[in-house]
Design a protein around this ligand. Structure first.
Ligand code: FE2
Length: 264
């Protein structure tokens, strides 16, 4: 399996606090059958407000630590480095000055959990015009979309794959995230799942249980698509199939159907 979203790089964000914790997370990934990790530290506006240089240096240093841990402990796992970029005004500078893409093409893009920009479609359009495909990180955890998921459909219909957190559908990230995650699965609006692992306690790696959950509910083929096939395509910059979806609520109760007949 391939995990394209986690916070294992030590001491660069709210993820692994130390090389020791990073090592424990790497070993957990190996134990669960992960063969390739794309490390995606948070990149907020505050991280680069003065310049992009400090962030770049921190990431390079932490990456060297992880790569030497992998070598020293002979872990059978491949490592790539990207970022989870919070949407911000500095995005054009980030894309120009920093190596944040996965497979030279995909941008793991997250939005604030409490508000999304009004001109979201324009923002996504501008990014795609640069030949970059945004992956919408954990849409099921964004509060405005929990209340109205139709905007997620607009982004998917512009060609953006969605990445759900395994914890959301396993129920460890709260009932609202779980509810929207299930709704997105039911509407075939999920393209990748990731661990979004932050530590070895409250936000641990659930890749294997997540794979089993998907297999039990939707079958092995679908579990493979979300945790092996699509992540592999993203890593190599290949096209991921993103079919149009409709996320408008379907009101199927008999009472409402009868009411609608009388209204017309
Ligand atoms: Fe994350």
């Amino acid at each position: 399996m391939i995990d394209i979203h986690n916070h294992i790089l030590p001491a660069v964000d709210d993820g692994a606090k130390s090389p020791e914790m990073a090592l424990a997370m790497l070993q957990e990934a190996v134990n669960q059958g992960v063969e390739h990790l794309v490390l995606t530290p948070h990149l907020y506006e505050a991280d680069i407000i003065k310049s992009t240089k400090d962030w770049k240096n921190n990431i390079e240093e932490a990456s060297e630590t992880v790569l030497s841990l992998v070598k020293e402990h002979e872990l059978p796992i491949e490592i790539s480095i990207a970022a989870e970029v919070r949407y911000q005004d500095m995005l054009p500078i980030i894309l120009e000055e920093l190596d944040v893409l996965i497979g030279d093409k995909y941008l793991l893009l997250e939005f604030s959990f409490i508000s999304v920009p009004n001109n979201l479609e324009r923002i996504i359009y501008d990014i795609t015009q640069k030949g970059i495909i945004p992956i919408i990180a954990h849409p099921e955890r964004i509060k405005p979309w929990q209340q109205d998921p139709t905007q997620i459909a607009e982004l998917i219909n512009m060609g953006c794959p969605t990445q759900l957190d395994i914890g959301s559908f396993m129920g460890t990230l709260g009932p609202s995230s779980e509810k929207l995650a299930n709704f997105l699965f039911d509407r075939d609006a999920v393209h990748i799942v990731g661990s979004d692992s932050h530590n070895t306690e409250s936000r641990t790696l659930y890749t294997k249980p997540g794979y089993n959950w998907l297999t039990d509910r939707y079958g092995k083929e679908y579990a493979d698509l979300l945790l092996k096939i699509n992540p592999a395509k993203i890593l190599s910059g290949e096209h991921v199939e993103v079919y149009p979806v409709d996320l408008r609520p379907v009101n199927s109760s008999w009472k409402n159907k009868i009411m609608n007949i009388f209204k017309t």
